[in-house]
Design a protein around this ligand. Structure first.
Ligand code: FES
Length: 108
């Protein structure tokens, strides 16, 4: 099922925000014109990544950072490149931009 979850223009560039879709916590990440979505669960412990609302990126906004043990994930693939889950990836969620809105596909 498709859900519109935010306006594209509301995302910082680069930037990330968290949303709840049904029972699922999702991160939406923008980098230029590209938008990606991932399940908000670190592959290390399965817990949420952020320590404060919408605080997902590292200081230089180059990676998604897990606040618990500092794992870094690429913005485009969600692949962990440093940290205890090195080599694993965030679970991607299908998403697209249409009519200025970000849509994610997710089964309820
Ligand atoms: S829970 Fe994310 S790095 Fe440990």
């Amino acid at each position: 099922m498709d859900h519109p979850i935010c306006d594209f223009k509301d995302l910082e560039n680069p930037g990330a925000r968290g949303y709840e879709v049904g029972e699922q916590a999702i991160i939406v990440v923008r980098q230029g014109d590209q938008v990606r979505a991932f399940i908000n669960a670190c592959p290390h412990r399965g817990i949420r990544l952020e320590w404060q609302p919408d605080q997902f990126l590292d200081y230089e906004k180059q990676y998604i950072q897990c606040s618990t043990h500092g794992a870094l994930f690429t913005l485009d693939e969600g692949q962990c490149i440093v940290g205890p889950c090195n080599g694993k990836s965030l679970e991607a969620v299908e998403c697209r931009v249409e009519d200025g809105k970000v849509w994610v596909s997710h089964s309820d």
